[in-house]
Design a protein around this ligand. Sequence first.
Ligand SMILES: *[C@@H]1O[C@H](CO)[C@@H](O)[C@H](O)[C@H]1NC(C)=O
Ligand SMILES: *[C@@H]1O[C@H](CO)[C@@H](O)[C@H](O)[C@H]1NC(C)=O
Ligand SMILES: [Mn+2]
Length: 413
Amino acid sequence: MKYLLSSVYLATFLAVSGAEHEHDHHADQMPLDYVKYPLEPLYHTSAGEVTADAIFSGITTFAKLPWVQCLTKEKGELFDIAFIGAPFDTGTSYRPGARFGPAGIRTGSRRLTLYGGYNVPLESNPFQSGLKIVDCGDIPVTPYDNKVAIKQIEEGHKALLHRETYSPLGNDSVTGQTLMPLSIDGKHHPRVITLGGDHTIVLPLLRSIYSAYGPISVIHFDSHLDTWKPSVFGGAPSDVAAINHGTYFYWASQEGLIKNGSSIASASCLNTHPHGAIRTTLSGLEDYDNDDDAGFKRIEAREIDVIGTDGIIKKIRETVGDAPVYLSIDIDSIDPAFAPATGTPETGGWSTREIRTILRGLDGLHLVGADIVEVAPAYDTNAELTTIAAADVLFEVLTVMTKTPLGKVQGSQ
Ligand SMILES: *[C@@H]1O[C@H](CO)[C@@H](O)[C@H](O)[C@H]1NC(C)=O
Ligand SMILES: *[C@@H]1O[C@H](CO)[C@@H](O)[C@H](O)[C@H]1NC(C)=O
Ligand SMILES: [Mn+2]
């Protein structure tokens, strides 16, 4: 029944975007037709019309996307892009509360589809790309045992990543040649956008990503390095404590999940993971050595004063090149003036406008997946600044993803 319903959504969407509706721009902009008139007529105007669903009513999913229970035993439901929450915050060093991040971000996202969701600067509507986008709810995560929780997140993400896609990969829009998947298993995988959770969740997410793409490049926005050795960050009193939100990239590198780099200056061009918005204090400059060895290229938050958003975008694109890339966004990359509700706030960050511009600058890159982490709504203002910022940031990411299919033409690298 669920499957049938979703086919109806798509069929309706295809019909609405057809040429015969050119005169009705408002209807064209209704994403997947799930916002408009979902209810039995409760009130009739004189013209016999029913009222539309309000943007502030109803059960909250990300951007009011259809909710699909993706992690049930029947795995019938297919999609192209899925949002999933990972409500885990027991790897946090300072202020806890990111377990409420997924719920908060969904609340902050409710207005994304008001007027339909057309992204003006990117000249594209992610909700009308023809791809099927759903909200899968949250991965069940235990708050009592980090080892189990990290395994649950990996398995939950894998269950989505290894599902067939709803839409075929298709052909190159310029040459018309058939596109080939970028994965190492030769399959076309759906894309998953994870709502954190503290940053520890990226270790299990990268374990999952590795199963489809092998060692990957990462674009990381954060005020902190997160490549710290456990002996430096937390003191590692146990194996479980050694994996936390300041060390997960160290482990990802040790496990071979991400491409390595080098701290030897002459080989620094090997470093393929841009770190944007860095402004943390250090235990000492030697923290940069393991950051280099893990393959990161630091872009300090303050560089924006000199080189601007264009310069930051240029640096990121030069570092990742054309490689498939995973995107991880710590909300603390944004200045606490704009996003105060986070576990370890650092002043001197980027504005919401700046990070959105920088994210749009990733247009054309092959983003295999993404996450936003460290949103802890309990520390937000009454105006929900942080959760709205998180949702709007993901709107840019979603638009970039829907614009570029995850494929290459044969013969290109
Ligand atoms: C893609 O190209 C193949 C031939 O290379 C063709 O058979 C197929 O119909 C094309 N698909 C679309 C959606 O245009
Ligand atoms: C990166 O280096 C670590 C530590 O030397 C190693 O265990 C890992 O396999 C390397 N990763 C890759 C992708 O080669
Ligand atoms: Mn972080």
